[in-house]
Design a protein around this ligand. Structure first.
Ligand code: PEP
Length: 262
């Protein structure tokens, strides 16, 4: 839909990896990477790591995000973490990751409730959407993506959309080593932008960051990030390796600079 443009974001989803000391060490290694200004960088460590890593990241420009939150601000919800508790010192929260949808049984409705609650706080939300292999093979990829977007973003005003980033993550590509081709990823990311334009506004959709996630590595990042509707990556496995994560950040910088120069 558009030539780039938007400041890309490369966000590392550490999932349930690292101990607290290992996580602090990893955060320090990421802070030490060459991080060009034209690329936003974020890390999403496990909940237990957020507070000490917040101290490591202060003043560095690397943003801090949580991997999930609950849909209420407080109450008798044992084991859950409230967006109110994250707000003010975490920058981001990831909502609707496919591991939560498929392993923990999170529904579209629950994802929508989480997003609405998180939006009542000063947090940026990364909303993850994506189809399974069965859905792709059945030709229903866009139906699924539209349903997930409709459920989460229905009635959202343009100002709220400014605080939402969409991550397109085909479930069959996450942690499998099987990446979507750049054409497949671009097709869905462009469709997401068009759909959001219809739901919210064309201007808001034009500014929307849409990330690709799913076995993104230094080997395939340049191609994916060169696509006009892919504004960065949500990186799982490769975000645990500072050199690989740094190479993906560098690829994002090259992609955005090539667009600006071109
Ligand atoms: C993810 O979990 O969001 C992800 C994209 O994982 P990986 O890069 O390991 O496929």
């Amino acid at each position: 839909m558009s030539g780039s443009r938007r400041r890309p974001l490369v966000a590392g989803n550490w999932k349930m990896n690292t101990t607290v000391p290992e996580g602090i060490e990893l955060a320090r290694a990421i802070v030490a990477l060459d991080r060009p200004d034209e690329v936003g960088v974020a890390v999403l460590p496990p909940f237990t790591h957020l507070w000490p890593i917040c101290a490591e990241l202060r003043g560095t420009g690397v943003e801090l995000g949580a991997q999930n939150c609950f849909w209420e601000d407080a109450g008798a919800y044992t084991g859950e973490v409230s967006p109110a508790a994250l707000a003010g010192w975490c920058d981001l929260v990831l909502i609707g990751h496919s591991e939560r949808r498929h392993l923990m049984g999170e529904t579209d409705e629950q994802v929508a409730r989480k997003l609405r609650r998180a939006l009542t706080h000063p947090l940026q939300i990364i909303l993850a959407v994506g189809e399974t292999l069965e859905q792709r093979d059945a030709g229903t990829t866009l139906t699924v993506i539209h349903r997930q977007l409709d459920a989460a973003l229905d009635g959202l005003d343009p100002a709220s959309l400014e605080r939402v980033v969409i991550a397109y993550e085909p479930v069959w590509a996450i942690g499998t080593g099987r990446t979507a081709t750049r054409e497949q990823a671009q097709e869905v990311c462009a469709a997401i932008r068009t759909h959001v334009a219809g739901m919210v506004s064309a201007q808001a959709a034009e500014r929307l960051l849409i990330l690709y996630g799913g076995s993104c590595t230094p080997d395939n990042a340049a191609g994916l990030l060169a696509e006009p509707d892919i504004d960065g990556g949500l990186i799982g496995g490769a975000s645990l390796k500072p050199a690989a994560f740094g190479a993906i950040i560098a690829a994002a910088a090259r992609a955005v600079n090539a667009t600006v120069d071109g």
